[in-house]
Design a protein around this ligand. Sequence first.
Ligand SMILES: Cc1cc2nc3c(=O)[nH]c(=O)nc-3n(C[C@H](O)[C@H](O)[C@H](O)COP(=O)(O)OP(=O)(O)OC[C@H]3O[C@@H](n4cnc5c(N)ncnc54)[C@H](O)[C@@H]3O)c2cc1C
Length: 267
Amino acid sequence: MLLSEVAYARPATLEQALGVLAEHPGARALAGGQTLVNVMKARAASPDVLVDLSGIPELKGIELGSDGTLELGPMTTYTELIGSSEARARPILGEVCAQIADVQVRNRGTIGGNVCASDPTNHLPPVMVAVGAEFRVSGTGGERTVPAEEFFLGVYMTAAGPGELLTKITIPPGRSDGFASVPIGVDGTCIVNAAASLNGGVRVVLGCVGATPVAVEPASADAEAVRDAVRDADLDPPSDVHASADYRRHLAEVVAARAVERAGKGS
Ligand SMILES: Cc1cc2nc3c(=O)[nH]c(=O)nc-3n(C[C@H](O)[C@H](O)[C@H](O)COP(=O)(O)OP(=O)(O)OC[C@H]3O[C@@H](n4cnc5c(N)ncnc54)[C@H](O)[C@@H]3O)c2cc1C
């Protein structure tokens, strides 16, 4: 289906972008367009102005601090992150981005767009919660920092409200992370996924089993303890053509245990 007519702005600074968003309540940020344009074609969203963020230098780039903290510009593409030597400080990021869809999507899609889409089947929301990411959200009124576990509010809803932009993703240092998923086909959408981090306790975050990532904290990294914690979480996943809710609950236990095992090997 063709797109409806829409105005297009390509600001050169963050200030200009925030200005256009404030001026046009029906405007929407455009990152890689890999979700938004499809949603627009399906008429599920009809912004009146697309604010293309690709010309704003301060939204790009990957910086590694001396203490191992990563600062990621939200307009970093998956391909840029996969190829970044700095991003290897937290290896799970590149490993997971390399599993997203295909080369075309990875060349266009951005990490900021992935989390702002807040699609429950996307790869990065559970990863960001597991690694303890923090998101800087900016608007004309100022900026604030939102922990990843408070950023995802629902399907297609995040703490970045109307007129606001995600402007930085900060990832603390750590190496003992793991990810596991059951996708549809080789590089398809996930049916269930899980990210785990053993940096200071055992943290497992499940994706595709609710509107937002679901965090569980097993008593230990032992596979049975992980499966027990997932079972105790009383998940209420969707049923669809790919998997029933019961089967997703079963898969959640399996991928959680796999993610923790991989984290134990220090990904
Ligand atoms: C064939 C196909 C298969 C895919 N498979 C997968 C998959 O298996 N796993 C997966 O994780 N993803 C998958 N995707 C989605 C892909 O990863 C998208 O790139 C991602 O969901 C959105 O990123 P984007 O940069 O394209 O953002 P866009 O589509 O441009 O934007 C997405 C949303 O985020 C908002 N937004 C973007 N940037 C900002 C910002 N800085 N501040 C505030 N709001 C912002 C936009 O307004 C929009 O609402 C697939 C896409 C396609 C086309």
